[in-house]
Design a protein around this ligand. Structure first.
Ligand SMILES: Nc1ncnc2c1ncn2[C@@H]1O[C@H](COP(=O)(O)OP(=O)(O)O)[C@@H](O)[C@H]1O
Ligand SMILES: [Mg+2]
Length: 340
């Protein structure tokens, strides 16, 4: 099946003549080429696909190229090279009118700084894209009220942005981005400006909305805990390069670089790593305990640690696929301590 979104060898280079620079270095400029000639490689040869209904999280430190990448995906800026395919259509080739149409009907965007219009009420902010699409004020306002209700803001329709808290302003931003009923939803650090408690509440809210709406989503954050809460898969960027793209469990157990490892340090690994990941070949004692490969090590730990014998691991058809030892469980629970 065609992926909903596919990003193929995207480069975004800033400098005097980026296209010429890239060509001259045969599409593979080195760090020294960038530094020596004063070019910035904000995105460097980034490729990935996003499947229908998936939440792909892109994370990385500030300046690693996340916003540049998401802007290339939505064609807010033009990549220096590479293709972005949306339902198989190369949108780097799309003309201005096709782009405008796509932004109105197929793409939704939410930004970190909310980006609301200060002199419009919450409802008029949400109705704005609908008015632009040619809906009558009445129709647009009816839709806007429904959308505000969806994000939990009923009663606040006539408030101006400055009369709303940060969390409420971002709810308006979310409602507005949903006005066109987008197929693809881009969120660039939507909750980064919010207090930790509000942020958590917004993450829950976002997940509730997604269960309802089932969008295909590219979500940017610099916070691994947030990434883990919302992601199907996580891509980690460093200096414009997509260093690793994997499930949270895979990133934690098999980090490609020290940079990735550093990000995953605070992750709740007991919840994310499953028994299937740490099992050994063979089976436990016959007729002994068995445990499903998809169980988290946190849930499995009490049983494994209490058992005198190796515990058999079974797949979802209850077939034995491996065994797990007490030592293996301890090493998985306390990787740092065991490595010392
Ligand atoms: N318009 C621009 N001109 C020059 N450099 C830019 C421009 N926009 C972004 N950059 C540079 O590209 C890099 C990536 O920036 P950005 O995508 O905003 O990172 P992030 O969103 O991960 O914090 C940074 O080094 C930034 O300074
Ligand atoms: Mg950014």
């Amino acid at each position: 099946m065609t992926p909903k979104l596919s990003c193929e060898n995207i480069w975004k280079i800033y400098g005097a003549d980026p296209k010429e620079f890239l060509r001259r270095h045969e599409n593979n400029p080195s760090e020294a080429d960038f530094a020596g000639e004063g070019y910035v490689g904000a995105c460097r040869d980034v490729s990935f696909t996003v499947e229908q209904g998936e939440i792909l999280v892109i994370m990385g430190l500030s300046g690693s190229g996340k916003s540049t990448l998401i802007r290339c995906l939505s064609r807010l800026i033009d990549p220096t090279a590479g293709a972005v395919k949306f339902n198989g259509e190369d949108i780097t080739e799309a003309n201005e009118s096709r782009l405008i149409d796509m932004r109105r009907r197929q793409l939704g965007m939410v930004f970190q700084n909310f980006g609301l219009l200060p002199h419009r009420t919450a409802a008029r902010n949400v109705s704005f894209p609908l008015e632009i699409r040619g809906l009558s004020i009445e129709e647009a306002m009816t839709k806007a009220h429904n959308l505000l209700k969806l994000v939990g803001l009923n009663g606040r329709e006539s408030y101006f942005p400055h009369e709303l808290s940060g969390g409420q302003q971002q709810r308006v931003g979310i409602a507005r981005s949903l006005a066109g009923d987008p197929e693809l939803w881009f969120l660039d650090e939507p909750f980064s400006a919010l207090d930790p408690l509000i942020r958590r509440e917004m993450q829950d809210e976002f997940l509730r909305l997604q269960r309802l709406l089932k969008k295909t989503i590219v979500f940017i954050t610099h916070d691994f805990d947030e990434a883990v809460r919302v992601a199907s898969r996580i891509g980690i960027m460093k200096d414009g390069v997509l260093v690793q793209l994997d499930t949270p469990e895979e990133l934690i157990t098999n980090p490609a670089t020290d940079y990735v490892r550093a990000f995953t340090k605070t992750a709740p690994r007991q919840k994310l790593v499953t028994v299937g990941k740490i099992m050994l070949p063979g089976v436990g004692v016959p007729h002994g305990l068995s445990i499903s490969a998809s169980t988290s090590i946190e849930e499995a730990a009490p049983r494994v640690l209490r058992s005198e014998f190796d515990v058999t691991v079974v797949d979802d058809r209850n077939q034995p696929v491996g065994r797990i030892t007490r030592q293996g469980m301890i090493a998985a629970l306390f990787p740092e301590e065991m490595a010392q």
